[in-house]
Write a protein that binds this ligand. Structure first.
Ligand code: ZN
Length: 357
């Protein structure tokens, strides 16, 4: 990896240097054509420099003496495949399910990563740049990356997977009525619409594999339909008065609406919003009054906010425990039970049911 970064830096340096020289040459050319030909000698002086640099970039870029093994590996993996770069793990998973053997999917945000606060690195920009199709959530989930996506969409295939969901099916933000809650993956039936959007974008960008994308998508959508049913049944098994889900930030609004469980978050729908001592005391009072047994922490949000509420309730003689860790805005480690979307929804539901039933 390090070697690749080094090579990339070298290439960029050489490219910048060539650009500078080409600019100089161009400037001189304009002057030459306008006035005398006395500068022609100066111009031709740059030609060998230019050619030399061109040769250098070829050595660095084409044969890549510093990172040939890594590059060969990466090339073998991506050879002939349709390359997709996705922001969240949930989107990357859906793209893999729909794409199967035809695609090479790169996910930018790994386990425990908070998309609201995420800043794109230089490496991310390269991964976005190399992709045949870029997929992101949209509805401002990706915070500061949203601008990059919108700019990129002018020149290449970039899709917000929430783009085709009718606004009537979205939850309006409590803080700002012109914004919508981006956490649509928590209502499995809404996520199915996102999967359909992913399928359609893949077909539009890579029509040669349209048939396979359709077949794969319909198998995955059938699994999701089953999952949706399963979650509804599970949550219904919690007694109505205990059916309250308290988390660090408001990621579970769609989950609450879809599966009939009251949801309260300490922070708003973005972790970028601040919470105050009033939010803490309000939530604490609710726990005490309603004798709620458990609150939940999230894998992508620090747990200390929830600990403050538990301590507050304890001071008033009510014991609350951490019901478990939920995956809200990022999947679990790859290969773990919550490492893919279906596993994540199952893990969350089982954790909630176990703690509240
Ligand atoms: Zn969130």
């Amino acid at each position: 990896m390090k070697r690749n970064v080094k090579t990339q830096k070298l290439q960029n340096k050489i490219k910048a240097s060539i650009l500078k020289h080409v600019q100089t040459i161009n400037n001189r050319k304009t002057v030459t054509s306008q006035a005398s030909s006395s500068d022609n000698k100066q111009f031709t002086k740059y030609v060998p420099v230019f050619l030399g640099l061109l040769l250098l970039i070829c050595i660095a870029g084409c044969s890549n003496p510093f990172g040939s093994e890594n590059n060969a590996e990466a090339e073998a993996e991506t050879a002939g495949k349709f390359r997709i770069t996705a922001t969240t793990g949930m989107i990357a998973d859906a793209a893999r399910q729909v794409g199967g053997e035809h695609v090479y999917v790169t996910g930018l945000m790994g386990p425990g990563v908070d998309p609201h606060m995420y800043k794109a690195s230089q490496g991310d920009i390269r991964k976005l740049d190399e992709a045949d199709l870029v997929l992101y959530n949209g509805l401002h989930l990706e915070g500061s990356m949203t601008n990059i996506m919108e700019k990129m969409s002018r020149t290449r295939d970039v899709t917000a997977v929430t783009a085709s969901i009718p606004t009537g099916e979205l939850r309006q933000s409590e803080e700002n009525s012109s914004e919508y809650d981006p956490h649509i993956w928590f209502d499995v039936s809404l996520w199915m619409q996102a999967v359909e959007q992913i399928r359609d974008s893949m077909i539009a960008s890579d029509p040669g594999h349209a048939e396979d994308y359709r077949i794969n998508a319909s198998a995955y959508l059938a699994e999701l339909k089953q999952l949706d049913k399963e979650v509804r049944q599970q949550i219904a098994s919690i007694p109505k008065q205990s059916r309250v889900l308290i988390t660090g930030h408001d990621a579970f609004g769609y989950y609450g609406d879809a599966y009939d469980i009251e949801v309260r978050g300490l922070q708003g729908i973005s972790t970028a919003s601040e919470y105050g001592s009033r939010d803490v005391s309000e939530l604490r009072d609710m726990l005490v009054e309603r004798r709620i047994q458990a609150v939940f922490v999230e894998s992508s949000v620090p747990a200390r906010s929830m600990e403050a509420i538990i301590a507050g309730a304890a001071q008033q003689g009510h014991t609350v425990r951490i019901g478990g860790e939920l995956y809200s805005d990022a999947l679990g480690e790859q290969g773990s039970a919550a490492g893919d979307y279906i596993g994540m929804i199952r893990h969350n539901t089982e954790t909630i049911v176990k703690a509240l039933r």
